[in-house]
Design a binder for this molecule. Structure first.
Ligand code: KG4
Length: 336
C-alpha cells in the first residue's frame, strides 16, 4: 500500500509518500520567514504561497521516493482544522489527483495526525492519553482504542504556542517565539512572579490568555518605571508557569483515567523543558511516554500519511465533494 499525503493547514506546504511502514519521502516547505516579518501567520499570504509551492512539493516528494503517481493507492490530505484558505489548496490538489487516478481520497484530521506521528517512534497502545500542544491548539485527548478520540480538556482562550509567540513579541524576540524563549530560559532564573491560571480547578481545561496579559503588563510596567527587563529571567519565569499548567493537568488526567500510555505532540512538544518535566513525571508514575522526534513536531505530511494509512485500512474515505473544515472537531473525524 502506497499513500501520498498532503499537508497545508497553516504555514507549511508538505507532501510525503508512505509505502507500508516505510516513509519514502517527506518534503516540507516552510513559509516561516515570510510570516516572521508580520509577527504571526497572515492567512491570505499563506494561501498564496501554498498555491505557488504545492505542485513543486508534490513532484519533489514523488521524485525523492522514486515512485510515480501511478504507484499511489490513495491520496490523504489534511481537511481541518486550520486556516480555511490554506486547507483548501491542499484539498483541491488531493481531490484532483484522486479524481484523475481514480483512487480514494482520505480526509485527515490535523490534530489526530499529530497524535499518530508518534507511531513513527513505536506503535500506539490503548487506552492512551494525548497532550496536543501547538500554535493553535491545547487539548487533552483520551483514546480508549484506535481511532476513538474524546476531548477531556481544552483551552478556554489562547493556545500555549500562541502565548509563547505573543510573549516573545513583547520581549523583542523573533517569531515563532517558542525556540528563543526555550533557549533563553535555560540561562535565566525564575525571579518574576506570575499567576498559575486554572490551578487545581478540578477540570482538565487550560487558559493562557491571562498569563500572556500578565507578562505584557509586567514588561510594560517595568519599562515605564525605567527598569530593565531581564529577558532570560522573564523567559524562565514564564516557561515554568506555562509548562506547569500542561504537565499538571496531564498528570491529573493520567491518575483519574488510570492511563498507562501517554503521547505528547504538536509544535510545542519540541520544548526541552516540557520534554524533561513529562519524562520525570511519567517515570515517577510508571507511565509509558512517547514524544515525537523533533523533525516530526512541526507540521508535516509524514504524520498525515501515517494516519491516512490507518484510515485507508479501515476503509474510511470521502467523496470528492468534501469541503475543508477549519473548525473540524477531532471527535467528528469521520463526519464529512
Ligand atoms: O504545531 P505547530 O508547528 O503549528 C501550528 O499550530 O501552527 O506549532 C507551532 C507552535 C508555535 O507557536 C511555536 O512557537 C511553538 O509551536 N514551538 C515551541 C517550540 N518550538 C515550536 N514552543 C515552545 N518551545 C519550543 N521549543
Amino acid at each position: 500500500m502506497t499513500i501520498l499525503a498532503i499537508e497545508t493547514s497553516c504555514d507549511e506546504t508538505s507532501c510525503a509518500i508512505l509505502k507500508d511502514d516505510t516513509l519514502l519521502s517527506n518534503i516540507v516547505s516552510t513559509q516561516m520567514e515570510v510570516h516572521a516579518q508580520y509577527g504571526g501567520v497572515m492567512p491570505e499570504v499563506a494561501s498564496r504561497l501554498h498555491i505557488e509551492k504545492i505542485t513543486i512539493v508534490i513532484n519533489e516528494a514523488l521524485e525523492s521516493a522514486g515512485v510515480s503517481l501511478d504507484d499511489i493507492d490513495a491520496f490523504a490530505v489534511t481537511r481541518g482544522p486550520g486556516l480555511v484558505g490554506a486547507l483548501h489548496v491542499g484539498l483541491v490538489a488531493a481531490k484532483t489527483l484522486a479524481m484523475l487516478y481514480k483512487k480514494p481520497l482520505i480526509p485527515v484530521h490535523h490534530l489526530a495526525a499529530h497524535i499518530y506521528a508518534n507511531a513513527y517512534v513505536k506503535p500506539l497502545q490503548f487506552p492512551l492519553l494525548a497532550l496536543v500542544v501547538s500554535g493553535g491548539n491545547t487539548e487533552l485527548v483520551y483514546m480508549k482504542e484506535d481511532l476513538d478520540f474524546k476531548i477531556i480538556g481544552e483551552t478556554r482562550d489562547d493556545a500555549i504556542g500562541e502565548c509563547y509567540d505573543k510573549v516573545a513579541r513583547v520581549l523583542g524576540l523573533s517569531y515563532p517565539g517558542g525556540v528563543p524563549i526555550d533557549n533563553l530560559a535555560k540561562r535565566g532564573k525564575c525571579t518574576y512572579k506570575l499567576p498559575r491560571p486554572l490551578h487545581s480547578d478540578g477540570t482538565y481545561d487550560f487558559s493562557y490568555s491571562g498569563l500572556k496579559t500578565n507578562v505584557i503588563n509586567l514588561v510594560h510596567s517595568l519599562e515605564q518605571k525605567g527598569e530593565e527587563v531581564n529577558v532570560p529571567d522573564m523567559c524562565a519565569s514564564f516557561q515554568k508557569v506555562a509548562i506547569a499548567q500542561v504537565v499538571d493537568k496531564t498528570i491529573a488526567a493520567i491518575k483519574d483515567y488510570n492511563i498507562k500510555n501517554v503521547v505528547v505532540c504538536g509544535g510545542v512538544s519540541a520544548n526541552s523543558y516540557l520534554r524533561e518535566r513529562m519524562s520525570e513525571e511519567c517515570a515517577k508514575l510508571g507511565v509509558d511516554l512517547t514524544i515525537p522526534p523533533l523533525w516530526c513536531t512541526t507540521d508535516n505530511a509524514a504524520m498525515v500519511a501515517k494516519l491516512g494509512a490507518r484510515l485507508y485500512e479501515k476503509g474510511i474515505c470521502a467523496p470528492l465533494s468534501v469541503a475543508a473544515d477549519p473548525n473540524w472537531r477531532i471527535e467528528d473525524y469521520k463526519v464529512f
